[in-house]
Design a protein around this ligand. Structure first.
Ligand SMILES: Nc1nc2c(ncn2[C@@H]2O[C@H](COP(=O)(O)OP(=O)(O)O)[C@@H](O)[C@H]2O)c(=O)[nH]1
Ligand SMILES: [Mg+2]
Length: 186
């Protein structure tokens, strides 16, 4: 959308941050949202914080994404910064991580709990159970995610959970529409 269109259509702007363990698909999701095309090339590992220039159009909204590295160093320093700069949070679970993968599952649980501790309950929180396209790896469903990450404790938060694929974009649009509606209500 051009500048004039944006003024005439009163396009609204918001910032969102993607969080989740390293490799969950944060950067892939942002690439998908920016281009609307399948992300066939694996992104380079995100170092530090990347405030994206390219906007994401959803309806008459322009979203700007903040991408943050998932490694502990960044988690402990930059996630909270990203959260304070954002109107909404997209938290990504790597759907191929199951409780049987003890170490990875523990890291995933821990990182999720940490996110909850730094995100205001009123901030719209979209949870993506990612990598559903990897059928051979039997990714967890939203129902399984609700159970293993004990998502009943999110009652009272502004949250939504979807299954999808950051790589191919399945399920993403519905999630983003929910997000802009919630941001618009605030
Ligand atoms: N098959 C598949 N691979 C994905 C998906 N999302 C991310 N990946 C892959 O997972 C790896 C890590 O993705 P990346 O976006 O860099 O994760 P980040 O560390 O959270 O930013 C890359 O090889 C991606 O191609 C997905 O939905 N499906
Ligand atoms: Mg990344």
């Amino acid at each position: 959308m051009g500048l004039l269109d944006r003024i005439l259509n009163k396009s609204k702007e918001a910032k969102i941050v993607t969080l989740g363990v390293s490799g969950a698909g944060k950067t892939t999701l942002i690439r998908y949202m920016e281009t609307g095309e399948a992300v066939m090339e694996a992104p380079q590992m995100t170092l530090g914080i990347d405030i994206r220039e390219k906007g994401i159009e959803v309806g008459n909204w322009q979203l700007q994404a903040i991408d943050v590295g998932g490694q502990d160093l960044y988690k402990n320093t930059l996630w909270a910064l990203g959260v304070t700069q954002s109107d909404g949070v997209i938290y990504i679970f790597d759907g191929t991580v199951r409780p049987e993968n003890n170490e990875r599952f523990q890291e995933s649980q821990f990182s999720f709990e940490y996110m909850l501790s730094i995100v205001n309950p009123k901030t719209p929180l979209l949870i993506l159970v990612n990598k559903q396209d990897l059928e051979d790896e039997n990714p967890i469903s939203t129902a399984e995610a609700m159970e293993i990450y004990e998502l009943a404790k999110l009652a009272g938060r502004s949250f939504n959970i979807i299954e999808g694929s950051a790589k191919f974009g399945d399920g993403i649009e519905i999630g983003l529409e929910w997000m802009i509606n919630k941001i618009g209500e605030r």
